[in-house]
Design a binder for this molecule. Structure first.
Ligand SMILES: [Zn+2]
Ligand SMILES: [Zn+2]
Length: 96
């Protein structure tokens, strides 16, 4: 369960144009590229698990929130452009 409520274009299960990239659920950072800025949970040793913030007493850092908001803005813009491109493509087909 994502706490962000990110909205993807239909049929798109990951970030547009970034197939296979795993982004941390808490900070939005690319886990494979060490962009996750989350702290380790002392209870279970996990990073970036939203459950730890609800159940294990972890508190979000400013860094996490800032990174997440910045990435969300980028993703919003990417999704918007992608949706616009799809809409435009369909319009061109209809006008054919
Ligand atoms: Zn993280
Ligand atoms: Zn935990």
């Amino acid at each position: 369960m994502s706490i962000f409520g990110w909205s993807y274009p239909a049929g798109c299960s990951n970030f547009p144009g970034e197939e296979g990239v795993i982004n941390c659920e808490m900070c939005g950072g690319d886990v494979d590229n060490d962009e996750c800025v989350c702290h380790e949970c002392e209870e279970c040793g996990e990073y970036g698990n939203p459950d730890c913030y609800e159940n294990h007493g972890l508190v979000e850092s400013t860094k996490q929130v800032e990174q997440r908001e910045r990435l969300l803005r980028e993703i919003d813009e990417q999704s918007r452009l992608e949706v616009e491109a799809i809409v435009k493509e369909r319009e061109e087909v209809w006008h054919d």
